[in-house]
Design a protein around this ligand. Sequence first.
Ligand SMILES: Nc1ncnc2c1ncn2[C@@H]1O[C@H](COP(=O)(O)OP(=O)(O)OP(=O)(O)O)[C@@H](O)[C@H]1O
Ligand SMILES: [Mg+2]
Length: 354
Amino acid sequence: MSSAIRDQLSTVETPDPLVDDSEETDIVSQGLVGEITVDGDTAAVPLALGAPYSPAETELAVAVREAVEAAGYEPSLSVAIDDETPASEGPIVIAVSSGKGGVGKSTIAVNLAAGIADRGATVGLFDTDVYGPNIPRMLGVQGEPVRADQNQRIVPVEAHGLKLMSVGFLVDKEMPVVWRGSMVDQTLTELWHEVNWGQLDYLVVDLPPGTGDAQLTMLQQMPVMGSVVVTTPQDVALDNARKGVRLFDDHAADVFGIVENMSAFVCSNCGENHEVFRAGGGAKLAAEFDLPVLSRIPLDPAIGEAGETGEPIVLGESDISELFGDLACDVLDHVGRRRRHSHTARTDSSETSQ
Ligand SMILES: Nc1ncnc2c1ncn2[C@@H]1O[C@H](COP(=O)(O)OP(=O)(O)OP(=O)(O)O)[C@@H](O)[C@H]1O
Ligand SMILES: [Mg+2]
């Protein structure tokens, strides 16, 4: 009987109850369990989950399996986010942005994408920087020829478990900067449609630095669900980062949070933490906009070296690798929270309107 299963599932807590809701915080009351169908010993349970490979949902799936088994059935789980949820078709698009260049945006984008892929997801990385497209170098695939498939769609370059498309593969370094600039407006937003990404769970976009028209156009034309804003702790960078956060104000995309990069220097001789820039800048910005600080990445020569050798540092074994891995997990959990909440909110409003 599916009611026995439902009773068992009522003991599973939601990872993130709606703040303004009642005391019932289990997944059934929160509307995350769809219509259960039983066929012999097997119970098919559709769940409103939306962030594949996120830690919270992986944990939840384990708890749901156990609950279904406790009711005496073999679980068969499926994901059923409703059609209206943004990006329910196609990949979940996560942008990495910054108000200013040179703050480590591409470094974060590469390691975020590789970190998500390392959890098992299929991930694309779209490098839109026409002025300094350095992601191919960071992944050790610079100069790689770009192929078209039989339908004349661009085949992304595979590197370290990622599917990469970079403007760097297409623009000639000798090309005058003004022409490259006009590419941003004219072709970039179209370009990602021309790429045969295949089935992706996530697409990470390294947005061009700055807060001008180019960034705005990209945000308007790509189904970006949310963004990670990268800043360094200096005030100048922060002013720019402020604009970077505001860019999202008029847009449906969320800012998941702030990454403070180059936040301190860990001395390899004495092991001490030196604050090179004024400390806590990221936290100040985060507090101002009521956003979380997702990560504080220290200034570490190993990060620069990894950029040169073409090996994402998140795939290594070090404290820094772990920091980047945690960042990837955090971002995925933000995606899940956002999608579960928009699902629950919609289910609630459709129930009250009946
Ligand atoms: N935490 C860090 N510690 C040490 N070096 C870093 C760190 N973060 C980034 N770097 C290095 O700083 C340089 C700039 O980083 P990156 O290219 O990621 O910045 P960006 O914001 O994408 O720059 P651009 O605006 O040019 O695209 C690179 O050489 C990179 O390896
Ligand atoms: Mg860059």
